[in-house]
Design a binder for this molecule. Structure first.
Ligand code: NAD
Length: 505
């Protein structure tokens, strides 16, 4: 964050903080991005974006509403014939160029992400790299979206065409602002669609900076548009817009339901990537050093603000005490601090969210769980002012407790014990969500059997969060439907046309 007393301004009105804290300029005001132009909101209003590590204002961002969404959708619709009609290899090459430019801009994008979202710089850098990988993957596939020929009878020639959906809307959350917004944008663009993106109101900066990367890589104006603003205003207007042909939504269940209702009015398909309460199961025959590090990664990455966080730890009875002792010791060593200092864990996104997480810790204790570590704000001087919370461990949690069933979205691990694999699978599946699961064991048979019985879109064995852009990602049950990443994502952004010709006798 550019602290008021230490910032200076250049002649373009760009405020700069000391190089020790900020290697890239942060504009004081940010605008909508429509047709490759930075434009103010129709209302000329702005909203404030905060630095979660300091609790201070970071900048002002144009507050998009329905009229702005309409202008962005119009721009995307007008750009569609040019983008979808372009030679597919050329479209692919421009996405590969985006990947190259993303890596070039990594320092700046990572810094912006860390200042805006709070995550450690190292994690922001990984996010930029993941986005570059997505543009490479889908850029390479742009000219490989083949149709099929269907042998119905000698008198007919039947083939299929895979065509873009048209204007696609992308509504993104704040926890991985750049990575989650662009994981759906990359396949949408590769398959010839144009885009209107509504980033989360807490974290619009990297999406706006990315827009320039895309334009510099040669994408025509209007292909990619960004309307920052609030959910009930810009988000709702985008989800309801009659000219939108597909909606990709990542966020909470409640908002996902709202988006789906709006899409239904226009008979528009949606991809919903929602919350999770993922089990992480450790069997006694696992490599315990690996399982310990994996457990820490599963819940404390991005301060637990991860949809597929391993927020329920299931420990086999015979290793419970041993593992717990090591877990408490290891968790106690986690360094919490401003993301810019690259600690193990940064702050939560907002004070409101920190209070929500603290509320869950209180409710958990009221429902019988034992708080064995954390549960409060850290006292270190570099954590004052920001929205920090100590890594927290809860034991003796009932699987019916709210902290076992509801997504906390913070650094809070609920710990359970089990005696048999069947009991572990029952505990794992007895939950409304089904996004991910971890399984730690050296028994290959057991690993595959448990993976087959877990109700989740992702199962990680002897690791957590593994897989790549090529691996499909999505939810079972209340975690949503449809898949992002992998070849699967491309099927959401294309529609199949069957063409059947009667041949001359
Ligand atoms: P959220 O639902 O509050 O907001 C997500 C987005 O929806 C934001 O851009 C917001 O402005 C917009 N929005 C809010 N109200 C809207 C409305 N009425 N109409 C249209 N858009 C609206 O979620 P959040 O708090 O930003 O993110 C956290 C949630 O996202 C968690 O539940 C988390 O699990 C989930 N998430 C899921 C995945 C996944 O891949 N499954 C990934 C990351 C986060």
């Amino acid at each position: 964050m550019a602290r008021a007393e230490t910032t200076s301004k250049d002649r373009n009105g760009i405020a700069s903080a000391p190089a020790s804290r900020l290697a890239a300029p942060i504009h004081e005001k940010w605008f909508l991005w429509i047709r490759d132009q930075e434009i103010p909101a129709r209302s000329e209003e702005f909203f404030t974006v905060m630095n979660p590590a300091t609790g201070e204002e970071l900048c002002q961002v144009a507050r998009g509403r329905a009229a702005d969404v309409d202008a962005a959708v119009q721009a995307a619709a007008e750009a569609l014939p040019l983008w979808s009609g372009m030679p597919t290899a050329a479209r692919g090459r421009s996405l590969l160029e985006v990947a190259r430019r993303l890596r070039e801009a990594e320092d700046e994008l990572a810094l912006l992400e860390t200042l805006n979202n709070g995550k450690p710089l190292r994690e922001s850098r990984q996010d930029v790299e993941k986005v570059a990988e997505a543009f490479e993957f889908y850029g390479g596939l742009a000219d490989k979206l083949f149709g099929a020929t269907i042998p119905i009878s000698p008198g007919y020639f039947n083939y299929t065409l895979r065509e873009p959906m048209g204007v696609t809307a992308h509504i993104a959350p704040w926890n991985y602002p750049l990575r989650l917004a662009l994981r759906s944008v990359a396949p949408a663009l590769a398959s010839g669609n144009t885009v209107v993106l509504k980033p989360a109101e807490e974290t619009p900066l990297t999406a706006l900076r990315f827009a320039k990367v895309l334009a510099e890589a040669g994408a025509p104006p209007g292909v990619f548009n960004v309307v920052p603003g609030f959910g009930p205003e810009a988000g709702a207007a985008l989800a309801s817009h009659p000219r939108v042909n597909h909606i990709s939504f990542t966020g909470s269940v409640a908002t996902g339901v709202e988006v789906m209702k709006r899409a239904a009015q226009n008979v528009v398909p949606v991809t919903l990537e929602l919350g999770g309460k993922s089990p992480n199961i450790v069997f006694a025959d696992a490599d315990l050093d690996q399982a310990l590090e994996g457990t820490i990664k599963a819940i404390f990455t991005n301060a637990g603000q991860v949809c597929c966080a391993g927020s329920r730890l299931l420990l086999e009875d015979s290793l419970y005490e041993r593992f717990l002792t090591r877990l408490v010791d290891r968790t106690g060593k986690i360094q919490v601090g401003p993301g810019i200092e690259d600690p193990d864990m940064g702050p939560l996104i907002s004070e409101e969210h920190r209070q929500r997480v603290l509320g869950y810790i209180r409710v958990g204790q009221e429902e019988g769980a034992k708080l064995i570590l954390g549960g409060k704000a850290p006292v270190e001087p570099n954590c004052q002012g920001g929205y920090f919370l100590e890594p927290t461990l809860l034991t003796e949690v009932s699987n019916w407790a709210r902290v076992a069933r509801e997504e906390i979205f913070g650094p809070v691990l609920a710990i359970f014990r089990f005696r048999t694999a069947e009991e572990a699978i029952h505990l794992a599946n007895d939950n409304p969500y089904g996004l991910a699961a971890g399984v730690w064991t050296s028994n290959l048979d057991r690993a595959h059997k448990v993976a087959a019985q877990i109700q989740a879109g992702q199962v990680y064995i002897n690791d957590f969060f593994n897989g790549s852009v090529a691996s499909p990602f999505g939810g079972y049950k209340r975690s949503g439907f449809g898949r992002e990443r992998g070849m699967e994502a491309l099927w959401h952004y294309t529609q199949v046309k069957s063409v059947c010709i009667r041949l001359k006798d």
